[in-house]
Design a protein around this ligand. Sequence first.
Ligand SMILES: [Zn+2]
Length: 211
Amino acid sequence: MKAECSNTIACVATALLVAALGCDGKSWPTRSAQTHQPPKAESKKAKGPNMTEKLIKTDEQWKQILTPEQYYITRQKGTEAPFTGKYWDFKGTGTYYCVGCGNELFASETKFDSGCGWPSFYAPTDLNSTQESIDTSLSRVRTEITCTKCGAHLGHVFKDGPRPTGLRYCINSAALNFQSEKDKKADSPTDPNQKSSPPAKEPPSPNQPNA
Ligand SMILES: [Zn+2]
């Protein structure tokens, strides 16, 4: 009994000693702690999810490179009259770019005849090339589409488009610049075998709301 008791005391004493040493050990200064430095402001650069470089110009600069109509549509959120723009009934094969900055926006494969009087697409070529925001003008809620790169107003997107997205990007012709497939190949004769496979087109539904 005695031996057992003294053993227990020894064990408890040892445990207490170890615990005390352990505590002291934690408070000892270490070299690694001295070399630790707070993160610098530079790390903010890598945080931005948007890889598109912004193009920023003053109103005066925009007026110098845009026609009055293009300026009104893209910089003042204007809307061209339906059935008047150069692309609403245009069926060329190629790519549509932002008139302000040349950002690639839509491919002709995604263009469809919506019957609304504005060029309509069911998807942008890259979801990052356009931005959406809520537009409550004209006493209704619409989703405005702008160019991610230069902020140009392009038009609106509606949820009454054809498959595969069910969306209708209703875009002002004045906000777009079209380049045909032939012109593109002449500019950069690469990938001669590259062929895109457009999804099946659907006939437009009549009486859609306009831009
Ligand atoms: Zn742009």
